[in-house]
Design a protein. Structure first.
Length: 217
């Protein structure tokens, strides 16, 4: 999963914003400046991050605050940050009542999960209170992986049927496969059933994932 995220974030940004110059972070690591970034983020918690009725954005609750934008190639650095925040939340979960959240019922289960702080592909925006928050897009990779696994299983099933001598004989005579194995599922249109009621997946995003799947066979 981490390989797919790191490999695709660069492709996504190069397609979405080819004219944007790259910035350098404090340690001179290359960080994405396009629409999508590789980030570490955490849910806003009033007990941890606070809330000022006069300055904070009233919609901050439920948003993911950006911990750090990451260089996709500097895995050692963000693994260090991940481990640091894991230790931080081990302490916070035991010392604070993080089960109370105005919008998230299972907040405690989320923040106490060992995989809570993980690299995410996200669109980074600023709220009115100048909070830097992440709109997480990594969910689409998980959906694509899940759908592709089902398609791959069906492809293997169809290909096994085609190896049967009767089906090979049918193809030699008719120039096509029998109805039982004529259709071979592919990646094209595999997310069409998700289009109803869903926000459209960015074209550059889905194309980069498709190329990644194709290159892996």
């Amino acid at each position: 999963m981490l390989d797919i995220i790191a490999n695709n974030i660069v492709d996504i940004d190069s397609d979405a914003d080819t004219d944007t110059d790259t910035d350098l972070s404090e340690n001179d690591s290359i960080v994405s400046t396009g629409k999508y970034n590789l980030v570490l983020c955490e849910l806003h918690q009033t007990q941890i991050h606070g809330f000022d009725a006069n300055e904070s954005d009233p919609n901050i609750f439920g948003h993911y605050l950006i911990i750090s934008k990451l260089n996709p190639y500097d895995r050692e650095k963000f693994q260090i940050i991940i481990e640091m925040y894991k230790r931080k939340y081990l302490y916070l979960v035991s010392s604070l009542h993080l089960n109370n959240h105005p919008f998230i019922r299972n907040n405690y289960s989320i923040v106490s999960n060992n995989k809570y702080i993980q690299p995410q592909i996200a669109e980074c925006i600023y709220l009115q209170g100048d909070e830097s928050v992440a709109i997480i897009k990594t969910i689409w990779i998980k959906i694509i992986q899940r759908v592709w696994k089902k398609i791959y299983t069906k492809r293997m099933y169809v290909q096994n049927i085609r190896r049967h001598p009767n089906n090979i004989h049918y193809w030699n005579i008719n120039g096509k496969w029998s109805e039982s194995c004529n259709y071979l599922p592919s990646i094209f249109g595999m997310l069409s059933n998700l289009s109803r009621g869903c926000r459209r997946i960015p074209t550059t995003f889905i194309e980069s994932i498709r190329m990644s799947i194709t290159s892996r066979g």
